[in-house]
Design a protein around this ligand. Structure first.
Ligand code: NAD
Length: 479
């Protein structure tokens, strides 16, 4: 037998312990070689006064095994508790969230019988970087962060996933017709990395129409890779329309540590009654077996599970009169899967998994250019009178040598020079100063200082640069 792989297991809350017991029994009977360490997380830890829901000693286990099989937990009501999922994801650098969304027609009710989509969501960047500001009494702002290394990691992961799992196509969703720089970078990196995988088809959709197509015709997609926000929304849409929210597992993958779980929660009302469906956690565990390079055990367990579903042995949540044959509890379902180890489904597609090749090569995308040139500065100011001409009059003369007030906008729409009276204005304006020749950072930073010294509230000051000769700032609308 292969050497056992150490993993960290948390039994979680609510239905967690029951579905974890069932899952681990099936894994063991299926020949998974696991050396299990158990940690406590969730409600009890939160209620002991630990706001993160995880003890420092548990981190030690996670960092050592680098593989975490996690049952759902209950986040106590009331403020002050940090989401454990967000904490582990961020602390362990888990940049990829992978969620296979599959329908099991005709055995589980679905409107999309041929759906088999894997959502690969970027997990660390985008509007979820958590960089938010209130910049004036009326205006708030959230910074969308998309980086080249972040995009390269997730796109490369999606293509490697497709290659390993014999997937034929990777689709990128984004919106670079509007967010030309951030989503534009994601798109560019996608094109660059796709070129290294000629055997896999590539496709790009603007996220709005892509989302509509996914909801309507999910069988048109295979693997989908997306930035964080779109991925958050569409992975839930995809799981829901597959008809299998209770059946879906997911993986959070980092360079070192990975976490595997069901997508559902701890269902406290169902706890302790031998009712819960362990399938979501079991399929999360199958993703784990592939990740730790135990493909035979992964396939054996997955095929036995498919056969159980096909034989109509269903827990209450997917039981349908006339389709299902036997309504069972958690333990009986686990026993039925164990009984079928070694068998394959007849109607549903059997699965097979390959050994994972050595770590994917890091090369692919072009290096970002480091040739930077300072071009000016944007200064956001609080201007409650909302009179753009008066603002231009007040701040135009504060440009100083070598800089010139170029344009003023409100929420991205030009209001000076030659603004249109109808444009709705908030109390926060952006004044853009451009250099007339070579200029230094200290020099451009004098502009907000002069504005502040003139008694005008400055909220943000952002130097403007070009990179390899391309302006690193968007044009103002109406310019
Ligand atoms: P939930 O997913 O726990 O339950 C939603 C519905 O689905 C309920 O009707 C439940 O009975 C049913 N259900 C869920 N899983 C099932 C299963 N395996 N078998 C049979 N039926 C199942 O969502 P919720 O009620 O919104 O949340 C309950 C708790 O779970 C909350 O404390 C929430 O914070 C937590 N939660 C945790 C995670 C996680 O740990 N990853 C994820 C989501 C929610």
């Amino acid at each position: 037998m292969a050497a056992k792989t150490p993993i960290t297991v948390a039994y979680g809350d609510g239905i967690g312990p029951e579905i974890m017991n069932a899952t681990l029994q099936i894994l063991e009977a299926g020949g998974a070689a696991l050396d299990i360490e158990t940690i406590e997380i969730g409600e009890k830890v939160y209620l002991r006064g630990n706001a993160a829901g995880i003890e420092p000693s548990s981190w030690e286990s996670l960092l050592r095994t680098q593989v975490f099989l996690k049952a759902p937990i209950t986040t106590p009501q009331g403020g002050g508790f940090k989401s454990l999922n967000v904490t582990t994801r961020k602390t362990l650098g888990q940049y990829a969230n992978v969620r296979p969304c599959v329908s099991y027609h005709p055995f589980v009710d679905t409107r999309h019988p041929d759906m088999d989509v894997v959502i690969v969501r970027e997990n660390e960047e985008d509007l979820y970087a958590g960089i938010e500001y209130q910049i004036s009494p009326e205006v708030t702002s959230c910074l969308k962060v998309i980086s080249r290394p972040g995009s390269e990691k997730i796109v490369r992961y999606a293509f490697e996933y497709a290659r390993l799992h014999n997937r034929k196509k990777v689709t990128c969703f984004m919106k670079d017709n509007i967010m030309k720089m951030t989503d534009g970078l994601f798109h560019k990196v996608f094109d660059e990395i796709a070129a290294a995988y000629p055997e896999i088809r590539k496709e790009v959709w603007i996220v709005d129409i892509g989302a509509a197509k996914l909801a309507d015709t999910p069988e048109a997609f295979d693997v989908i890779v997306l930035p964080n926000l779109y991925g958050d929304i569409l992975s839930d849409v995809a799981a829901q329309i597959a008809g299998s929210v209770g059946l879906a597992g997911s993986a959070n993958i980092g360079d070192k540590c990975a976490m595997f779980e069901a997508i559902h929660g701890s269902a406290p009302r169902r706890a302790g009654q031998n009712l819960a469906n362990p399938s979501g956690l079991l399929l999360g565990a199958v993703l784990m077996l592939v990740h730790i390079n135990q493909p035979e055990a992964a396939a054996r367990v997955h095929n036995a599970w498919l056969r159980t579903i096909e034989d109509g042995i269903h827990t209450y949540d997917i039981f349908t009169e006339g389709v299902s044959r036997l309504k069972v509890g958690t333990k009986e379902f686990a026993a039925a899967v164990i009984e079928r180890l070694g068998q394959k489904p007849n109607t549903l597609q059997p699965v097979s998994y390959k050994s994972r090749p050595a770590a994917a090569a890091g090369a692919a995308g072009a290096e970002g250019s480091t040739a930077m040139e300072l071009k000016g500065i944007d200064v956001f100011v609080y201007w409650p009178s909302r009179d753009a001409s008066a603002l231009a009059e007040a701040v135009g003369k504060l440009a100083g040598d070598g800089l010139k007030l170029d344009v003023i906008d409100n929420r991205g729409v030009k209001v000076w020079p030659a603004g249109i009276g109808e444009t709705f204005c908030t109390d926060s304006f952006r004044c853009r100063y451009l250099a007339t020749g070579a200029v230094s950072v200290p020099k451009v930073l004098e502009v907000p200082q002069r504005i502040a010294a003139a008694g005008i509230e400055v909220s943000v000051a952002l130097p403007l640069r070009s990179f390899a000769g391309v302006d690193g700032y968007s044009m103002v609308q109406g310019q």
